[in-house]
Each structure stands twice: as C-alpha cells, then as structure tokens.
Design a protein around this ligand. Structure first.
Ligand SMILES: [Zn+2]
Length: 87
C-alpha cells in the first residue's frame, strides 16, 4: 500500500505537490459570476487545474473563493453550505 502511495505521489509531480500545499491552506470552491454555478474544489481537481488550466464558465475563468474568504463572509454561499441547509 505504501509503495503505491509513493509511486502515485511521484507521478503527480509538481502539480500534485502544489495542490497538496495550496489545498490544505486555502480549500474553498469555484464560482461563476454569470450563472452562479458553484463547484467544490478537491485536491485532485486542483492538481488537474494547475496542469491543464483553471476551469472556465461562460466568458471567464471561474473565481476561486478560499475558506478564509468564506469564513469572513466575503464569498457567496459555498456548495457544501447550500446542501447542508437544504436550500
Ligand atoms: Zn457560468
């Protein structure tokens, strides 16, 4: 099991390493200002975005709201909060 983990860690390379650091610190979710679409952000998704480009929706790059911004009330409601509140 640990052998596989090591191999996977190496294969993920710089994008995976970046995602590991940034995801732990910032987390949060993505948001489109035009259609109000919200997407939860995972570590794996973040690694992919660093590699292939940040996701776009409508005419722009999706906004990344971090957990600090969410905690400060600067962000729109996150997808998780929306689900938990049943709204
Ligand atoms: Zn959109």
């Amino acid at each position: 099991m640990s052998d596989y983990s090591e191999i996977i860690a190496r294969a993920r390379g710089i994008h995976g390493a970046l995602a590991d650091d940034l995801f732990d610190e910032f987390r949060g979710f993505l948001h489109c200002r035009v259609c109000d679409r919200r997407e939860g952000l995972t570590r794996d998704a973040m690694a992919r975005y660093f590699k292939v480009g940040w996701p776009k929706c409508h005419d722009g790059t999706m906004t990344w709201w971090t957990r600090n911004q969410i905690a400060n009330g600067d962000a729109p409601p996150s997808p998780q909060e929306t689900t938990e509140d049943g709204q």
